[in-house]
Design a protein around this ligand. Structure first.
Ligand code: AMP
Ligand code: MN
Ligand code: MN
Ligand code: MN
Length: 280
């Protein structure tokens, strides 16, 4: 009997807001029994060469990936690009423009924090001193380290989250453009964590329908620490819209013990796995 393959197609390294280097991430995934791993950092391809090299020695099959931020009806939506071509110049340029948007947004958020009486310049410098393209997770860590909030969650609740005083709406490219970028580079566009967005069920159907119309083909059916009822809901959406299904932990940090690498519920049998087309 052959051992079951373990898939984890959504993870972060310290090239975005993860805690581990790509090498350490691959080693940890191998130790956790993952056989097929996608590195999907936020709006950067920087970790892929190192992850690729590490995967070769760890006997892990590495799927080159990225998690791109998009706008849809004034919401930020995350689309995973799986099996993208990291050598594609056009994709590299497009991803660089996303990273630039992140830097500009971080500056604007820190300016807002300054107006709220916090040391905006210091916080910006603390974010810039951390590795990786800047995310709000970096800033939350800087707010904790500076003693301005107790925990990262408080940083989002008090300052950075939706409707909070330092929230800066970001002008990410439209969902359809992001899907096209991924397809243009040979990748599979996979809508990340579909049950995490704060949307009514009608709006969620609208999102999935627009994603499909734009050329999106996969849905992250098993996502992070989601329970069985969420998996079932996402599986029904995948079947209804004809999406293939993916599995991803959205792993960021070994300290987040509730969300380890490779901990995944099984993809329901009614869903065609996204990896089937790749012979996996
Ligand atoms: P950004 O992509 O810059 O908007 O930053 C969002 C990142 O911050 C996500 O990818 C998560 O890693 C993290 N994050 C978002 N919301 C929270 C929260 N409430 N508590 C802790 N981390 C969060
Ligand atoms: Mn993140
Ligand atoms: Mn995400
Ligand atoms: Mn993610």
């Amino acid at each position: 009997m052959t051992a079951e393959r373990v898939f984890d197609l959504h993870t972060h390294s310290n090239c975005s807001d993860g805690a581990l280097s790509p090498t350490a991430l691959v080693a940890r995934a191998a130790a956790a029994g993952v056989s097929v791993l996608a590195l999907t950092d936020h709006d950067t391809l920087a970790g892929l060469p190192e992850a690729h090299a590490a995967a070769g020695s760890a006997a892990i099959s590495l799927v080159p990936g990225v998690e791109l931020s998009a706008s849809w009806r004034a919401q930020s939506i995350h689309v995973l690009g799986l099996w993208i071509d990291p050598a594609c110049r056009e994709l590299q340029d497009r991803v660089s423009s996303q990273a630039q948007r992140r830097s500009d947004r971080m500056r604007a958020i820190c300016t807002r924090l300054g107006k709220l009486g916090l040391p905006g310049d210091e916080l910006l410098a603390a974010v810039q001193a951390q590795p990786g393209v800047p995310t709000r997770a970096h800033l939350a860590a800087a707010l904790v380290a500076g003693g301005h909030v107790e925990r990262t969650d408080d940083a989002f609740r008090k300052y950075l989250g939706k409707g909070r005083p330092a929230q800066v709406p970001t002008d990410w490219p439209p969902l359809a453009a992001i899907v096209a970028w991924i397809r243009d580079s040979g990748g599979v566009p996979c809508l990340a964590h579909p049950v995490r967005y704060a949307l009514s069920s009608g709006a969620r159907r609208g999102l999935l329908s627009d994603f499909a119309a734009a050329g999106g083909t996969a849905l992250e059916v098993v996502s992070g620490a989601n329970g069985a009822h969420h998996v079932e809901a996402a599986a029904m959406m995948a079947v209804k819209f004809g999406f293939t299904g993916s599995i991803g932990s959205d792993f960021h940090d070994p300290a987040h013990t509730w969300n380890p690498l490779g901990r995944s519920l099984k993809l329901p049998d009614c869903v065609v796995p996204v990896w089937r087309a790749y012979g996996l």
